[in-house]
Design a protein around this ligand. Structure first.
Ligand SMILES: [Fe+2]
Length: 439
């Protein structure tokens, strides 16, 4: 930067500022096959009529092989307009967010390759504006890793929440510089209806450096007033208008529930906001899981591991009472789920492999259930002295009370998934290994 003239530096800063107002909320998500497909999500102001993605391999230093792709999704979004919210200074206001939501699925990518891209605002043909560079790595390496983190409830009036969570991801990257992606069981923002929160979130460098695979958390799905009105039956616009995931879910859940393949692992992402028993939603979700697994196992390149992810917890961390474990364990036993990841409860809970309600050695069958802590240094909870139910199933619980920050470092090889719960300093607090099953 020191070689730039003052004018050049000013112009650069000016371009970045102008660009941020016109094109924003850029993020990368997996395609159905993350070896060759990646989804790019972004949004533009209404005065931007022409935006596109320009991408190339990281090794293409001068971008001479860059490919231009136009958005496949280009949709007016008014879902956030007028929603009660708070500004960063705490002042109450109504969201002013009408924009064009864009997305494109990149295809034909080279496996195990680092890519870079920018989003271009070409409305002014004489001087197109480019975003900063974004990066992702396609699947395909025999060993790969992810950072599992959730429940940081990003809230601009309390910026420390985001600082804590992003610092935790940075910590995992220090330990594992080749980290492949972030895998989140949800609650990344405090109120999903507050578009300004999302927009701020996506400015974080961890969104330009890494692909993110998220599920819908209750906070991601709510607004400032949801808990006051008690109307929890909210459409999932806040999730779909802030992401571009594969549209391979089931009826009513396209792009919210989705599955993707990363290397030898099939990930099945579920939406616990639409999983009521009364409405038959649970059975619909279960049926979808069965069919996705059956199809994957019947395919030529059957996955070694299958991982399910949803927001609501398997067990209540404070007392061990069963929650989603009770609903899902039969289905997971039936399909041979290897790992089940959740969040929401803010207390870390991890089991041994469980099959038909009993521990196994994990060699032939059994699902490891694991749930994250909060990671915002603020909304964690302690488990104090309540007697523990299901003590025979729960192997480890951990929390730092309200000020909890942690992530699970997931490292995958051809025959094992290693899971390490790390605290904010990177110390390993708990670890376990999921083995490839011998059938
Ligand atoms: Fe949460």
């Amino acid at each position: 930067m020191k070689h730039l003239t003052a004018t050049a530096a000013f112009l650069l800063a000016f371009t970045a500022a102008t660009f941020g107002q016109n094109v924003f909320s850029i993020s990368t998500g997996p395609g159905e096959n993350a070896s060759t497909q990646m989804g790019i999500s972004w949004a533009t102001g209404l005065d931007v009529h022409d935006s596109y993605v320009l991408y190339t391999e990281e090794s293409d230093a001068d971008w001479s092989r860059a490919i231009k792709v136009l958005p496949q999704q280009q949709e007016l979004c008014t879902s956030f307009q007028g929603i009660p919210s708070n500004r960063a200074d705490g002042e109450a206001f109504f969201e002013d967010a009408v924009f064009t939501k864009c997305g494109v699925m990149l295809t034909g990518l080279r496996p195990d390759t680092d890519y870079k891209y920018t989003v271009v605002d070409a409305s002014k043909t004489d001087s197109p504006l480019k975003s900063r560079e974004y990066h992702f790595r396609t699947a395909g390496a025999s060993k790969w890793s992810a950072c599992i983190i959730s429940d940081f409830h990003s809230y601009p009036p309390l910026p420390g929440r985001l600082v804590s969570a992003m610092g935790m991801i940075d910590r995992i990257q220090e330990i594992d510089p080749s980290l492949d992606f972030v895998f989140s069981p949800g609650d990344v923002v405090a109120w999903g209806g507050s578009y300004s929160f999302w927009r701020r979130l996506f400015e974080e460098p961890n969104f330009s450096e890494l692909m993110w695979a998220r599920v819908n958390g209750n906070h991601d799905n709510w607004t400032k007033t949801t808990t006051l009105t008690g109307n929890f039956d909210i459409p999932h616009d806040f999730f779909t208008y802030t992401s571009y995931y594969p549209a391979n879910g089931y009826r009513g859940e396209l792009g919210i529930c989705y599955h993707f393949r990363y290397g030898n692992t099939l990930f099945i992402m579920l939406n616990t906001e639409d999983m009521s028993d009364k409405k038959g939603e649970f059975e619909e979700a279960a049926q979808w899981v069965r069919s996705v697994v059956a199809q994957a196992r019947a395919g030529e390149d059957a996955p070694t591991f299958i991982v399910a992810c949803m927001h609501y917890e398997w067990f209540v961390g404070t007392n061990g009472r069963t929650s989603q474990y009770g609903r899902w364990s039969e289905v997971f036993d039936e399909v041979g789920m290897d790992l089940a990841v959740a969040g929401n409860n803010h207390v870390y809970v991890r089991t041994q492999p469980l099959y038909k309600g009993e521990k196994t050695d994990g060699k032939r069958n059994g699902t490891v259930y694991i749930q994250t802590t909060a990671s915002d240094n603020e909304r964690g909870r302690s488990f104090a002295d309540e007697p523990l139910q299901n003590a025979e199933l729960i192997e480890k619980r951990w929390t730092e009370g309200s000020k909890s920050v942690s992530a699970i470092h997931m490292e995958v090889s051809s025959d094992t998934i290693s899971l390490k719960l790390r605290d904010r300093d990177g110390n390993v607090v708990d670890s376990c290994t999921v083995h490839a099953k011998k059938h």
